[in-house]
Design a protein around this ligand. Sequence first.
Ligand SMILES: *Cc1c(COP(=O)(O)O)cnc(C)c1O
Length: 345
Amino acid sequence: MTIDLRSDTVTKPGPGMMEAIIKAKVGDDVFGEDPSINELERITADMFGMEAALFCPSGTMTNQIAIKCHTQPGDEVIGDESSHVYQYEGGGIAFNSGASVKLIPGDRGRITAEQVLGAINPYDNHKAHTSLVCLENTSNRGGGSCYEFDEIKKIKAICEEKGLALHLDGARLWNALAAKKESPLQYGKVFDSISLCLSKSLGCPVGSLLLGKKELIKKARRIRKVFGGGMRQAGFMAAAGIYALQNNMDRLPEDHAHAKQIADTIAYKKFVKFVLPVETNIIIFELNEVHEQFPERMTAPELVLKLKEHDILCHAISSVRVRMVLHLDINKEMVARTIHVFNQL
Ligand SMILES: *Cc1c(COP(=O)(O)O)cnc(C)c1O
């Protein structure tokens, strides 16, 4: 039995989801004729109280389309230094939108309204025009940390005052909503665009959504085509998404509880320096520096190899940091086994 904690993207569709996929009604989505995609777009837009939605192959694409919609070449985008849009999208902000970035050192991936205000360029011919703020909730590099909604509202007020657009990378917003007991409608009210992933915590094989006003999504649909993301009978994947929204949402607190249980064990290991606070389904911990006086210590890649011998897979995200992610395909027994293995190390 392999326990794959590398990411929540490793899940495979179960029988219920497969049945939904097989039974899906499909059509050519580039012609707007795929009933399953149209339904998924309507369901998610309604859920967030937003006007429209666009189904895309990946969260990278929904983020990059949003950034393209909100900026002109030469503009500047504000975001946290660890944000996915900057760190893990292949330099796409520059490549796709010709925009530069102003990076803010946030608290576990979360930036404050005060920091945003300080990062906006003044009107000056020397300076790039700041046009967009991107937030990430939950924050991936922040170990699944969640924003306080009050801070988001303060950031929104600044964006309104300064005429900036506000985008949310909500790849794991589902987890934040569950952890904070928040409503999607709250988010729909403050963001100009929201990117959501179905392929992470909800367990779909493929799919992300971009939400926004009708005009924005009209523009986004055109950009999706330019990016090569216009799909045909992709309703099979949208049907998996509809199934996931109906069946895999309520179980997210289970992943969060599992993450806390494993983190509690890890925190007591002598070779561990600290575990980032566990708020959702991600565990990030840092190891003590290797030192000859402490033979139990090891580097992050060494620990990852050692866990692999026990069929537990996870990622070294730096020489001293390890990440584990809980998801749909990790059950109670696997959590117990992971805890057992750590207790033996
Ligand atoms: C995974 C992820 C994305 C999108 O990734 P894709 O693999 O392109 O779907 C975007 N933002 C965050 C924070 C993520 O974790």
